[in-house]
Design a protein around this ligand. Sequence first.
Ligand code: 8IG
Length: 272
Amino acid sequence: MTDLYSDPLATAVSAAASIATLTGKPAHHVALVMGSGWISAADALGQPTHEFPATDVPGFLPPTVQGHGGVIRSYDLQGPNGTIHALVFLGRTHLYEGKGIEPVVHGVRTAVKAGCAVVVLTNACGGINRDYHVGQPVLIRDHISMTAVSPLIGADFVDLTDLYSKRIRELVKQEDPSLAEGVYVHWRGPAYETPAEINMLRTVGADLVGMSTVPEAIAAHALGAEVLGISLVTNAAAGVTGEKLNHEEVIAAGKAAAGRMGELLGKVLPQL
Ligand code: 8IG
């Protein structure tokens, strides 16, 4: 752990103050973390009022993966009860980067300290459930941590029974009743699973597998935010179709379907 994160919440508080200064907005109301391929969802929210590199804000590391932006945007979204301020993170830090857990959850901690009561976590993932097709968005109903790495330290015995807010899932499904729900597995990576591992994960009740979201959901929930998780199935998990997994294909498939989800979020979020 570096000095930067010796007091992670203090770093998040100073990051939130920096975002307030950069945007001229004393508080934001909802945060969205956009995974690979989700930039078209951010674009579907309209024109941001502000955009800056995440590295302008304390505690954010430069991006290391192609398609993971490292950019923060602020949006004004119009809803039935007036304007809300949305904080959008394009790109995130992953556990597989080897920098530890603190940079992985710094964005969501910053968002909650900036005032966000709702955190939307999106990702691109592999589909384990054979009913899913590539390009399908799936609401995360629950998760299984195969890393067992927690962002929490000490006697912080947080209840996770409603980690992925049922209230928000129901609101989203009112807008789009065709949306499926599934159980997401956090796999450390960076190597994908073997076919045998995918069979194991299916057996223990997993529908989706990816390398993000779970630590951020726990950190946001522990600070009192409501969490919505949405996975975009961008490939069939290993062994499901016999095809090999390729990062470029993953990015392309994500872009195609994310725009529709951005429009949906633009409608739902101002109602929360
Ligand atoms: I995109 O098949 C994407 N991310 N672990 N497995 C894991 N992560 C992923 C996958 C996948 N596809």
